[in-house]
Design a protein. Structure first.
Lengths: 196, 196
């Protein structure tokens, strides 16, 4: 078959969740579009790798030395939300509920995968806490074994620093139907129930 | 938010069936990969638009003046399979059942969309039939209103030329369960039933 299209299909199938049929659809879609569209996509892919780096302060994604959030004077620098990945940061940002700064660990403690505390940006977090005036740290790691282990590890380290330490609530998702919720989540929702 | 990643997400969401969440997944996947991977993808996208053109003979996709299939001496030049789009050609090629040449119409007759016979490569097909020694034309347009209309239109034009004219069989898909097949397909399967 025609070579350029096969190569593109091959590249597309490396994206997560993209099989050959989807890759084919993408390729034919681009083929029908005007050349500018394909060029824009290619440029955006290249820009991503060339321009994006980690913010020297929070280790979130940045196009400059520090990211837009750390630079934003309207954000509250005394509250730091600790997340595992940049995608988690983006998820929290979308809610507009948090107006403080972030700290991205770039992973979670997972001995089975050979990821210990030293592989994460924990040292840098402690450094921030010692240098800056921080009044609250919100632990927003994932609610799975690795995320909970990381949260526990950080609790031990931060608790003695006399900084308010919080963890995101865990329980029933909004719109969640009790009969479809897994037992662990339901148990957690019971344990963390609050008085009305 | 970080700009380069937003732009890439925006470009990805223009692909068919890609929403913001999928685009985000693609972007973060590329971000984690080594730069070469992103570069390969970008290059493949650009190559597609710069290198691909239409074969001057069959109007399938080609990287040169004529496509790999038309150039292949092992293919039977006396049989021509007429398809609507390059993607249909690829679907037939995958079966390895057809060893002749193709003719890509680039669409189907659809008066509602303003697509008449003149917008398709029908003139070029008739020219091929008059210049080359063709013994059979297989109509492999889609089995929908536009495809059937196109097939009917071509039948009227080609029938008088004294060339064997065939249409792909229509009926139950292999693995199809009778109770889940739509009534039109089932009717067609009945009408086209063959003696054993």
């Amino acid at each position: 078959m025609a070579n350029a299209i096969d190569r593109l299909i091959h590249e597309f199938t490396k994206l997560p969740g993209v099989g050959e049929k989807t890759a084919l659809r993408f390729a034919f879609h681009l083929l029908k579009e005007e050349p500018k569209r394909a060029h824009d996509l290619a440029q955006a892919v290249i820009d991503l790798k060339e321009r994006m780096r980690l913010c020297s302060e929070c280790f979130g994604l940045a196009e400059h030395e520090t990211c837009a959030i750390c630079k934003d004077a309207r954000r509250d620098p005394t509250t730091i939300c600790v997340v595992e990945d940049p995608s988690d940061l983006m998820a929290v940002e979308k809610t507009h509920v948090f107006r403080g700064l972030y700290h991205v660990l770039h992973g979670a403690i997972s001995p089975l995968d050979g990821i210990g505390p030293d592989e994460l940006r924990i040292k840098e977090l402690l450094q921030r806490l010692s240098l800056r005036q921080v009044s609250e740290v919100v632990l927003a790691t994932n609610v799975n074994i690795e995320g909970e282990a990381t949260s526990l590890y950080l609790t031990r380290l931060i608790k003695p620093l006399d900084i308010k330490l919080t963890r995101l609530a865990s329980g029933l998702p909004v719109g969640g139907d009790l009969e479809y919720i897994d037992a662990t989540t339901l148990t957690r929702a019971f344990e963390d129930r609050h008085i009305l």
